[in-house]
Ligand binder design. Structure first.
Ligand code: S3P
Length: 436
């Protein structure tokens, strides 16, 4: 695969209205639960990015008929809880941690064996965090010595519900165990150290599966059924985030982001930007398929640095590359701590962002669990995204206030979460060009 690079000319403002692509987390889960349901599940607003398409392909490999996607529409012919079939080949989850971790939980409960593989980045990411509790449930999973993919899931192991206190706040681990719990005998009881995105819980409820949520506990009993339903997926706040930051830092911006998911387990970005002085107004709040959505109007505003409350870290976990760009242009210092998980994402987002900011003349110091950024200005220059979609998009928007052009290497993976990013961003006012 040739490497795709971006060149972004400095300056400009973001104006007009745009709808960011569908929510990645919900798109994965909609396909998974739709596949296990009885009957047809019709999905609209599906994210046609490489990550979610890998999940669609995986379920086709497991014998599920899926029509589409066509302009965000997908029809999943659910096969029921026991209807999946042994795949003929390894299932390739590409770049997607969500795809791999959730599917592992689901496959652990099947009576056939399967293998999950991923790209270079995914093959470096830690899987013991799911293998350990799944093994306690009775699953049999082999990984590399480092605890990474490929994962071989040995089927036909009866699962039993466990009580599990998650050591890290991770929606992927939580969701993995809930999906395994559907196939377990008895009760699965999970507690999380801090609230994380709850799309699995909401969707399970939408598919008619009873679960109990109290304080930081989620409890479900195995052996139930999922009933198909229609799902309207909101725009991904994690993709909208780049434009929230871009329009905040670029003078004379006035941008309306439409139909954005504002699930309270995802809105850390709005809280943090507002604490920094951003001008973001929410309107037209409504519920769409069990998830709250709203339109977000964002206008330029002078930002100032903040100490990021650790309690907000899981609620903004994917938005830190964008937040660091806001911090780089804010007045004063921004300090993040308690965010070591950022080092385990598609890239080491603490180091890669610190290196990128420094390459552009910014002042940023990585720490073991966070970063300290002195706000000011950024010059132009060349940075490497390390194949990480969110690093690439964050630095692309940084050009709006930079003093020179920014060249960003290795941007093909933007397509994992934001197909048509370049077109969308250009339309809003960013002078970005992609070149092979
Ligand atoms: C996700 C959970 C988060 C997030 C990822 C999507 C999900 O990962 O970073 O992009 O859909 O459950 P962790 O659970 O590892 O924090």
């Amino acid at each position: 695969m040739g490497k795709l690079n971006y060149t972004v000319q400095p300056g400009g403002s973001l104006c007009g209205r745009l709808r960011a692509p569908g929510d990645k987390s919900i798109s994965h889960r909609a396909v998974m639960l739709g596949s296990l349901a009885d009957g047809l599940t019709r999905i609209q607003g599906f994210l046609e990015g490489a990550d979610c398409l890998a999940t669609v392909d995986a379920f086709r490999g497991l014998g599920v008929t899926i029509e589409g996607p066509e302009q965000g529409h997908l029809i999943v012919h659910g096969v029921g809880m026991k209807g999946l079939r042994e795949p003929a080949t390894a299932l390739d989850m590409g770049n997607s941690g969500t795809g791999m971790r959730l599917l592992t939980g689901l496959l652990a409960g099947q009576n056939f064996s399967s293998t999950l593989i991923g790209d270079e980045s995914l093959s470096r990411r830690p899987m013991r965090r799911i293998i350990e509790p799944l093994t306690r449930m009775g699953a049999s999973i082999s990984a590399t010595e480092q605890g990474t993919a490929p994962l071989a899931i040995h089927g036909g192991q009866p699962l039993t519900g466990i009580e599990y206190a998650m050591p890290v706040a991770s929606a992927q681990v939580k969701s993995c165990l809930l999906l395994a719990g559907l196939y377990a005998r008895g009760t699965t009881r999970i507690s999380e150290p801090a609230p994380t995105r709850d799309h699995t819980e909401r969707l399970l409820t939408g598919f008619g599966y009873a679960l109990e949520r109290r304080d930081n506990h989620i409890v479900l009993n195995g052996g139930g059924h999922l009933h198909s339903c229609d799902i309207d997926i909101p725009a991904d706040i994690s993709s909208a985030a780049f434009f929230l930051v871009g329009a905040s830092i670029a003078p004379d911006s006035d941008l309306l982001l439409e139909h954005v998911g504002i699930n309270p387990t995802r809105t850390g970005i709005i809280t943090l930007l507002k604490q920094m002085g951003a001008n973001i107004i929410m309107s037209n709040e409504r519920l769409s398929g069990g998830e709250p959505v709203a339109d977000l109007r964002v206008r330029s505003a002078p930002l100032h640095g903040i100490r990021i409350p650790e309690s907000l870290v899981p609620l903004a976990i994917d938005e830190f590359p964008a937040i660091f760009i806001a911090a780089a242009y804010a007045e004063g210092e921004t300090v993040l701590s308690g965010a070591e998980e950022l080092r385990l994402k598609e890239s080491d987002r603490i180091q890669v962002m610190a290196d990128g900011l420094q390459a552009l003349g910014g002042v940023a110091q990585a720490t073991p669990d966070g970063i300290v950024i002195q706000g000011g200005s950024l010059q132009g220059g060349a940075i490497d995204s390390h194949s990480d979609h969110r690093i690439a998009m964050a630095f692309a928007l940084a050009a709006l206030r930079a003093e020179g052009a920014i060249q960003i290497a290795d941007c093909a993976n933007v397509g994992t979460s934001f197909p048509r990013f370049v077109e969308t961003a250009r339309q809003a006012g960013l002078a970005v060009e992609a070149r092979d």
